[in-house]
Write a protein that binds this ligand. Structure first.
Ligand code: GLY
Length: 587
């Protein structure tokens, strides 16, 4: 027999091992394979934008160059969240280890004030912080992209604007998802807060938005070409005159003209005075992996590290994915971190945030002592009937790794889907409704059902607290995972669960993203899980421990990630199956 010869047997084993080895490909959960690429990968919520990024990488641009082109392309092809009129966070880690967090979050205009959304009786005026011109924070996206390019980019601004300009001028084919959401008044997963039933109703309130995105009722059909000539002109001005044009040129004037006409408060001085901020990234560790993430005014990084520190004290791997005991521990952890979020977090330029304490291991071990392994802790009072939204398309994240190992995790947003609903007349882009991320009134939930404290109250020049959590994970000091997601407060729990899935449950980036998710945010005291995410048995086991479940179920997040296979150095792109047009592209 062949195997009687021990040497042959060993050679056979060796060959078998090498043939069967495909990096990170032994699936624990049914899922598409990630995109495997030798050089670079872009994972974004829109396939056209991902391709734009890869083209920039192929031309020799680095991950930061690609990020700028992708962000601008998304502003054209993904109007629900891609933007010029919003803001966000870009976390950059260069191959040499240098790490920077660029904060280009919107700021409250000079005329903004603490009680600006209250009526004479002190009640919040419905939708005033989330629909229309008064809901708009000073946009930071263009300034943020400019700063990223100056610090780390290698290509010319003009060349990075070109793909977006072409897409706006020549148009792009409308996808099934975009046609559906713009015509039917529901997005495909049926989540829309703000007292309007969907994008169509929101955009119909503003003639310019109605004309451009709804074609005055002659809705775009799948495959039709959507051209945006005013947006193309704006991009052409930005291309020719540079990014400052947005804050000081014709574009700024168009914004202010619209503000004056429609009761908004943003002035030319507000726009001229906008400044992105370079911040030091937050760092933590989890089971030997280093976690690099976004500091305040994001709440995401602090909450993520706090939760990982708490969960590190339990053997989640042995408890098993989606077991009742594991999920109980995670829910209890979420509940506690979100309570801290509400109490302590705000813009560090205006309030003192106890960052060190919140992310310390000692604090986590103190907190974990309050977790009962068998019983849910009650959050404070539950307000019956409180809206609990967990929309997914309001913000968008992309992750990029280039051939040199530079990495970008960028999350940016208009806040709600299609932002405030208002499009700048003559400039063709939507404005954010980021003011709703502030506390309009203490104790009153915002559009995400978040009850927030004084630390996040409105002050001129202040940045509203965010949940955006662009994150980079290192293994043995080397780049391992780039990840982030949209979804308001669910962002933090989405990023948490993807990291747990990779580190504790050994999933590849695509499996980790696709695996079902759940969410708890302290108040309301409700667990939300995705359709088919929990079995009835699991729900019963958790109910027996005292957990309360939402009767509503919806998809949570739209995560986009890149993972590096440490053995082969291949880049693995993972794009969320919850995002209709989300795709990774690589080369
Ligand atoms: N606008 C959503 C967030 O920043 O969390």
């Amino acid at each position: 027999m062949f195997f009687r010869n021990r040497a042959f047997f060993l050679i056979f084993l060796l060959i078998f091992y090498f043939i069967s080895y495909i990096p990170y490909s032994k699936p624990q959960a049914a899922s598409l394979y990630p995109v495997y690429a030798k050089n670079g990968v872009v994972s974004s919520s829109d396939r056209i934008a991902s391709e734009v990024g890869v083209e920039i990488l192929k031309k020799g641009g680095n991950a930061v160059d690609a990020a700028i082109a992708v962000a601008l392309a998304l502003a054209v092809t993904y109007p629900t969240a891609g933007n010029l009129g919003g803001g966000g966070f870009m976390l950059i880690r260069m191959a040499d280890g240098k790490t920077t967090a660029i904060d280009y979050r919107e700021t409250a205009p000079a005329k903004a004030s603490r009680d600006m959304y209250l009526d004479r009786e002190g009640k919040v005026i419905p939708s005033s912080s989330s629909i229309g011109y008064l809901a708009v924070g000073i946009p930071g996206t263009v300034a943020g992209l400019k700063l990223a390019l100056e610090k780390y980019g290698t290509m010319k601004w003009q060349d990075l604007v070109e793909p977006a300009y072409r897409l706006a001028k020549d148009g792009f084919p409308v996808s099934y998802w975009l046609a559906h959401t713009l015509s039917t008044n529901t997005d495909l997963v049926d989540r829309f807060p703000r007292g309007v039933s969907g994008p169509r109703e929101l955009l119909s309130k503003f003639p310019e938005s109605k004309r451009i995105f709804l074609r005055d009722g002659n809705y775009y059909k799948v495959g039709e070409i959507l051209k945006q000539p005013e947006l193309a002109q704006t991009l052409e001005r930005l291309q020719k005159e540079g990014p400052d044009e947005f804050y000081q040129g014709t574009t700024a004037q168009l914004i202010v003209k619209d503000m004056k006409k429609h009761g908004g408060i943003i002035t030319l001085e507000d726009l001229k005075g906008y400044k992105p901020v370079v911040r030091e990234a937050l760092r933590g560790d989890y089971r030997g992996y280093e976690i690099i993430t976004m500091p305040p005014p994001s709440s995401g990084g602090i909450a993520l590290i706090e939760m990982l520190n708490i969960l590190e004290q339990y053997d989640l791997k042995s408890l098993g994915f989606n077991s009742s005991q594991r999920n109980h521990l995670i829910i209890e952890t979420m509940r506690r971190a979100f309570a801290d979020r509400a109490e302590f977090l705000g813009d560090p330029g205006f309030v003192k945030v106890p960052i060190k304490g919140l992310i310390s291991k000692n604090y986590a071990s103190q907190i974990s002592k309050s977790i009962n392994l068998n019983k849910a802790t009650q959050s404070q009072e539950i307000k019956p009937g409180q809206a609990f939204s967990y929309e997914s398309d309001s913000t968008t994240h992309f992750s990029i790794v280039d051939s040199m190992g530079n990495a970008v995790a960028n999350t940016y947003t208009l806040n709600g889907s299609y932002g405030s609903g208002a499009t700048v007349t003559g400039a063709g882009f939507l404005l954010n409704n980021e003011m709703d991320d502030f506390t309009a009134k203490i104790g009153v939930p915002n559009d995400y059902g978040l009850i927030q404290g004084d630390a996040n109250s409105i002050t001129a020049g202040k940045r509203p607290l965010s949940s955006m959590t662009p994150t980079i994970v290192l293994k043995d000091g080397k780049l391992f995972l780039v990840i982030g997601s949209p979804g308001g407060p669910t962002i933090i729990n989405t990023v948490l669960q993807v990291i747990l899935n990779v580190i504790d449950h050994n999933m590849n980036v695509q499996q980790a993203i696709d695996a079902p998710r759940f969410h708890h945010q302290w108040l309301p005291d409700i667990v939300v899980f995705e359709p088919y995410g929990f079995s009835l048995d699991l729900v019963d086991l958790l109910k027996n421990k005292g957990h309360i479940f939402s009767s509503k179920a919806g998809y949570i997040g739209n995560a986009q990630g890149v993972m590096i296979d440490p053995q082969t150095n291949f880049r693995l792109g993972g794009s969320d199956s919850r995002g209709a047009d989300a795709r990774s592209a690589g080369y």
